[in-house]
Design a protein around this ligand. Structure first.
Ligand code: HEC
Length: 244
């Protein structure tokens, strides 16, 4: 097999651009993860608790409260949030909705959360609509989990295939290379399985975090080792004998 260190320039450039793009994509995914899940549990920063609440729910709070503390928090001020939370805590009565909450919803949320937006999101400008997300939060729905699972399985599978096709030509001891190729696939399966398990018992949030970390480390190593061997292992030297 021709090794990475034997590749001609055009091949190295192509592979390097692809690997860097995939690395950047992974960092963006981490950024998305952080901005979406940090603060879900009401405390700043990302914790296992945030992950647990995303899948299991916060069974002492509502989806609306989780959203305005987490993914939707940028759309309203702290003061407005407190008004909505106080209304939720008082049992989410219809009268309070008209008086205190509806003006905030119209001003801050209606652009997306009304029938006019055509986005199919919960309609927060009607009492019946907001009631749907004002009840106890049982986390992401099974339908959502199935949706994001299939996207991740296809997407991550193809990223691992692309990066792995390059990495398999690195010079590395056989067992180590095999491990680095198989482990991320095992990790993504464990990760996604754990999303569903976390819906059932929040303790599996640890599996989600550990499996996600294993995937990230393996992908990072595949990318860095490949880049290093392409550009820094001199062909014909001890690191790159010409017989491959
Ligand atoms: C720019 C568009 C936009 C605005 C403005 C917006 N949202 Fe959202 N909202 C979304 C989208 C898209 C989703 C679905 C994806 C997601 O959950 O991130 C969503 C999801 C939600 C959910 C979760 C529904 C569920 O099924 O659990 C709640 C609750 C919510 N928003 C509340 C609010 C509130 C309250 C405001 C105003 C303070 C607001 N949103 C403002 C776009 C918006």
């Amino acid at each position: 097999m021709r090794r990475l260190c034997h590749c001609e320039l055009s091949e190295r450039l192509l592979y390097s651009c692809f690997l860097l793009l995939m690395g950047l994509g992974y960092l963006m995914a981490l950024g998305y993860l952080y901005t979406t899940y940090q603060g879900v549990d009401g405390k700043p920063g990302l914790s296992v608790q945030d992950i647990a609440e995303n899948y299991y729910g916060n069974r002492s709070g509502s989806r609306l409260e989780a959203a305005i503390r987490g993914s939707m928090s940028a759309y309203l001020s702290l003061q407005e949030r407190n008004v909505v939370v106080a209304w939720l805590k008082s049992g989410a009565p219809e009268q309070g909705f008209e008086q205190d909450v509806l003006p905030i919803m119209k001003k801050r949320c209606a652009a997306c959360h009304s029938p006019q937006s055509g986005l199919g999101l919960p309609d927060l400008t009607r009492y019946a609509g907001i009631r749907e997300v004002a009840d106890v939060d049982t986390g992401a729905s099974l339908q959502t989990l199935v949706k994001i699972s299939h996207i991740h399985l296809f997407g991550v599978g193809l990223v691992l295939l692309g990066v792995g096709m390059i990495f398999r030509r690195a010079r590395l001891r056989g067992p180590v290379k095999s491990l680095l190729i198989v482990l991320p696939y095992a990790a993504i399966i464990a990760d996604i399985l754990a999303w569903f398990l976390t819906k059932w018992d929040p303790v599996y949030a640890y599996t989600v975090v550990i499996a996600g970390a294993v995937l990230g480390v393996c992908l990072g190593l595949q990318i860095l080792i490949s880049l290093y061997q392409m550009w820094f292992a001199r062909a014909g030297g001890t690191a790159c004998p010409s017989d491959g």
